[in-house]
Design a protein around this ligand. Structure first.
Ligand code: IPM
Ligand code: MN
Length: 361
């Protein structure tokens, strides 16, 4: 029987609770679809940092490399200064494991309340391919005259052609396989570059040239669009149905996917994958650790369950992944009152049960 070795990092706050529900659903899928997952828990996060001063040591990265995938809960602790755990654990894993794609579907499931008037699952159905290894995230920069009235801070957005090309390659391939035409819900497969070529005339000039070169030469059947990032925010609210697959740099991708998440029902449902197409990928709910809800059993586990679903899809267990997706849609359409913590009409573990039962059917 095919066995996958999965590292489980529940992390901080409500992370472990939602991850437990994702594991519950994974186990239901295994029983049904004839594969196995071997799970190993890791306790990296705020509590461990407070105890030992350790974030994610190099030795742990080496260990994580041996797994088939990583399932992550959430990182962020109210007692730890912002930046330490994010950089030391989440970004370190992304960078050291070269998870250079952050794949973030923006999909509204049936029955989920959407803040956009007149928009439903048909309109909100696109994917953001966020570059995950470069941009302002690389920490290039620093201070001079720190603490004086003349203090200067610089933080550079950095990209090389190699990073841009490998991200575009992934995005074009994704559009070819999963674009709206490929899925039978549109007339063409479209990849849109989101940039800021009117101001960031170096960085996004590079992206734009690389985008059209690759598209013209290797993907003539994929329609190419371009949007400035500010306008993208506007269209994500006004006409999300225009979008199919979007590709953008790390920082713009971070920002627009929070906007995307709220249009798909909020952080309780939005999931993403940090993907290294040739290595170990890490799947996570894109919301935070929600410390104020820790241990109350009120947090929505669907984002974590959808992260596990994306993990199975990436591992090649497509049937199981599809079954989980359908089960989640059944539960949002027929059971849950809301996606918001404490308002679901069920507890965290009851939502997990509902999905797991549907998967087992
Ligand atoms: C995300 C988060 C992270 C990011 C933070 C926590 C470092 O906002 O995954 O979107 O900026 O990438
Ligand atoms: Mn973010």
């Amino acid at each position: 029987m095919k066995t996958y070795n999965i590292a489980v990092m529940g992390g901080d706050g409500t992370g472990p609770e939602v991850t437990a529900e994702a594991v519950k659903v994974l186990k239901a899928a295994e029983a049904k679809f004839g594969f196995k997952t071997d799970l190993t828990d890791f306790d990296f996060g705020g509590e461990r940092y407070k105890r030992t001063g350790e974030t994610l040591p190099d030795s742990a990265v080496e260990e994580l490399r041996k797994f088939d995938a990583i399932l992550l809960g959430a990182i962020g602790h109210p007692d730890v200064k912002p930046g330490i755990l994010e950089k030391g654990i989440l970004l370190k894993a992304r960078f050291d494991l070269d998870q250079y794609i952050n794949l973030r579907p923006v999909r509204l499931f049936p029955g989920v309340e959407c803040p956009l008037k007149g928009k439903g699952p048909k309109e909100i159905d696109y994917v953001v391919v966020r570059e995950n290894s470069g941009d302002a995230y690389t920490g290039t920069g620093g201070f001079t005259l720190k603490g004086t009235p003349n203090e200067v801070a610089v933080q550079s957005a950095v990209y090389n052609r190699f990073q841009v090309d490998r991200c575009l390659k992934y995005a074009f391939e994704y559009a070819k396989k999963h674009g709206k035409k490929a899925r039978g819900v549109g007339a063409e497969n479209t990849l849109a570059l989101v940039g800021k070529t009117n101001v960031l005339t170096f960085i996004y000039d590079l992206w734009e040239r690389a985008f059209h070169e690759m598209g013209k030469k290797e993907y003539p059947d994929i329609r190419r669009d371009y949007y400035h990032v500010d306008a993208t925010c506007m269209w994500m609210v006004k006409s999300p149905e225009w979008f199919d697959v979007l590709v953008t740099g790390n920082l713009f991708g971070d920002i627009i996917t929070d906007l995307g998440a709220i249009t798909q029902g909020g952080m309780g449902i939005a999931a993403g994958g940090n993907i290294n197409p040739k290595g170990v990928s890490m799947f996570e709910p894109i919301g935070g650790s929600a410390p104020k809800y820790t241990g109350m059993g009120v947090i929505n586990p669907l984002a974590a369950i959808c992260a596990a679903q994306m993990m199975l899809e990436t591992l090649g267990e497509e049937k199981a992944a599809k079954k989980i997706e359908d089960a989640v849609k059944f539960v949002t359409a027929n059971k849950m009152k809301s996606m918001a913590a404490g308002k679901m009409g069920y507890s965290t573990s009851q939502v997990g049960d509902l999905v797991a039962e549907k998967v087992a059917e």
